[in-house]
Write a protein that binds this ligand. Sequence first.
Ligand code: AMP
Ligand code: ZN
Length: 108
Amino acid sequence: MDCIFCKIVRGEMPCSKVYEDDKVLAFNDIDPQAPVHVLVIPKKHYGSILDIKDDEMDIVAHIHKIINKIAKEKGIDKTGFRIVNNCGEDANQVVKHIHYHILGGKKL
Ligand code: AMP
Ligand code: ZN
């Protein structure tokens, strides 16, 4: 599939890895909008939340578990942060592989 985040998952494109397990990958955004700007993605391709079936929604809980862990590791649990998931055209979703932005390290 011609999807840049799938290519990163397959190791065909480099990334600045923050966390990886069998289900998810987290890496630093290539164009950071804050001192901490990490993307968390499922390894399986879903275009957006709209593509995740009811019986697969545990991946969303898992992603949030990893966001919690990364926020603590980066020290932004104390100062606060934003979790952003852009879905579709009006939200300006550019990469059509679901991803959660973790933004923090400054007053947003
Ligand atoms: P969105 O508008 O939610 O689709 O955001 C896509 C995000 O992916 C943007 O913040 C981009 O900077 C980021 N991005 C695009 N390509 C890469 C890449 N190869 N490695 C890391 N981040 C990327
Ligand atoms: Zn993909």
